[in-house]
Write a protein that binds this ligand. Structure first.
Ligand code: FEO
Length: 136
């Protein structure tokens, strides 16, 4: 059973971002699988780096879209992104310094943050853009 189960409740209605989120969930599930299987350090390093790179790519795309549509909660949303990037970058720094232990606590933090952020904050962007598209 995957660490994070993707279902339609995660869909924001913005196809590009739903695809990004699905990819992020996949990376998190991969990290969990590696953790459970006590995978070698190289695997954990690879997944942490990929998680950071893809997260930054996705957040930038989302922020560009919010900017483009004058999304009213852009500043607050970006703050959420920044705090997440800071936390995940801390993982990378620790890994680079030789602490190559990925804990269940960290994985659970990532899971809860991602689910909450997609279901609450990202869903709000979807609703905003949907209303804007219908001109209501
Ligand atoms: Fe999909 Fe706001 O991150």
């Amino acid at each position: 059973m995957p660490f994070v189960n993707w279902d339609e409740s995660f869909e924001t209605g913005i196809k590009q971002f739903d695809a990004h989120h699905q990819h992020l969930v996949g990376l998190l599930n991969k990290a969990y699988d590696d953790f459970i299987c006590a995978a070698p350090d190289e695997n954990l390093g690879f997944i942490i780096y990929e998680l950071i790179d893809y997260t930054i790519y996705h957040f930038t795309a989302e922020e560009d879209e919010m900017q483009k549509h004058s999304y009213p909660n852009l500043v607050e949303h970006k703050q959420e992104h920044d705090s997440f990037v800071q936390r995940v970058s801390g993982l990378k720094d620790a890994f680079d310094k030789g602490n190559r232990h990925l804990s269940l606590e960290v994985l659970t933090y990532l899971k809860i943050w991602l689910k909450h952020h997609i279901l609450e904050s990202d869903a709000e962007i979807g609703r905003f853009l949907s209303v804007k598209a219908t001109g209501m």
